[in-house]
Design a protein around this ligand. Structure first.
Ligand SMILES: C[S@@+](CC[C@H](N)C(=O)[O-])C[C@H]1O[C@@H](n2cnc3c(N)ncnc32)[C@H](O)[C@@H]1O
Length: 348
């Protein structure tokens, strides 16, 4: 008998797009289902939150796992919304599990889809880097148009956290372009793009140079997406090399269920986010790091795209200072040029 162990190290590393037509099923969605922390947390939350007879919308149903969990928990009807072809596989799964009467599949972008009736609950696992990501705009649109007054949302809220870190291997990976020939060619112009980018990585608490701090929180349903703009002050607690920041999210899924991508908790598909510094800095106990952190998940009124910004001011105990200004907008500008170069890079 074949046993299914989601914690086992996979022997297959990569599923190519070519010729399968269902790359997202065998690659991305399998990867999601293989994360028991993520998947069980959402299924437990759905099981606790769904009331008998509820009308539910599952925004980004993917394999249909949460839509099926809602149906099994007593929902009268679940609108399973999905833009990707994976929805056809989800439809087959609902049928195989005897749930096709309750689950109604709607293929297309949720923002262009109209539900035939208002819903009591919206559930979505479209959590991106450091939390809300691209989901915020679509979720707010759906709840505004279709959630009943006093309707509920899973997740109920998402909070984000940041801490300065010493992470030599991550830093070296990011800084591989400067002062280095690549097969006899100068690739150093790529360094600014690489340094103003966000990386998904594993980090652990031994890399922390200070206590971590909350940077923002979004509660759902929400009336609109608010960019995060946080001014943080970190007191350095150990000497080391300051290489960048580690960021992560924690979601309150309701019913007392919490889903965390923190390095202190069990690993999830999200891992953590590494925001590199343009240059590594030697710091000592008593150094102060002031960080101006911005996170905008939707295009802003001055037409800036979604972006992350991390401006850093380091003040050493002897009073000397260093200021670094970094943003993914710089990467976007370097790749695409204006229009994003106009004005400053601050989130609005
Ligand atoms: C991270 S997956 C989650 C899938 C599934 N709910 C689960 O928990 O395993 C998010 C899915 O949402 C879909 N998606 C994201 N935004 C969407 C939108 N605005 N409308 C429809 N589908 C969307 C993506 O195609 C993707 O399949």
């Amino acid at each position: 008998m074949i046993t299914y162990d989601p914690t086992a190290k996979p022997t297959i590393e990569y599923v190519p797009v070519a010729m399968t037509g269902q790359q997202s099923l065998m690659g991305f969605h399998r990867h999601l289902l293989d994360d028991p922390i993520r998947t069980k947390a959402f299924i437990d939350a759905v099981t606790k939150t769904v009331r008998n007879g509820d009308i539910v919308a599952d925004l980004g149903t993917g394999s249909g796992i949460l839509a099926m969990a809602c149906a099994r928990a007593g929902a009268k009807r679940v609108y399973a919304m999905e833009s990707n072809e994976i929805i056809e596989a989800a439809r087959q799964l609902a049928h195989a599990n005897g749930l096709s009467e309750q689950v109604v599949f709607l293929r297309g972008e949720s923002t262009r889809t109209t539900l035939p009736e208002p819903v009591d609950l919206v559930v979505t696992e479209c959590i991106g880097l450091m939390g809300p990501g691209e989901m915020e705009g679509a979720l707010n649109d759906l709840t505004r148009r279709h959630l009943k007054p006093n309707g509920r949302v899973i997740p109920a809220s998402i909070s984000q956290f940041l801490v300065p870190v010493e992470a030599a291997r991550h830093f070296e990976y990011v800084h591989c372009w400067s002062n280095r020939e690549v097969y006899g060619f100068d690739f150093s112009p790529l360094q600014a793009i690489a340094s103003n980018n966000v990386y998904v990585a594993w980090l652990d608490t031994s890399s922390f140079l200070s206590d971590f701090q909350p940077v923002g929180s979004s509660a759902f349903p929400s009336t609109g997406s608010r960019p995060v703009n946080a001014r943080l002050e970190f007191e350095v607690l150990r000497a080391g090399q300051f290489h960048g920041y580690c960021g992560w999210f924690e979601a309150d899924l309701g019913g007392g269920i919490r889903l965390s991508a923190a390095p202190t908790d069990a690993p999830t598909v999200w891992k953590q986010v590494f925001l590199p510094l343009e240059t590594g800095l030697s710091i000592s106990v008593g150094t102060t790091i002031r960080t101006d952190f911005g996170f905008s998940t939707v295009a802003s009124p001055n037409e800036q795209p979604p972006h992350l910004r991390w401006d850093t001011e380091v003040t050493w105990p002897d009073g000397s200072r260093r200021v670094l200004s970094q943003s993914t907008i710089k990467s976007i500008d370097a790749c695409f040029g204006p229009p994003f170069a106009r004005g400053n890079s601050r989130a609005q």
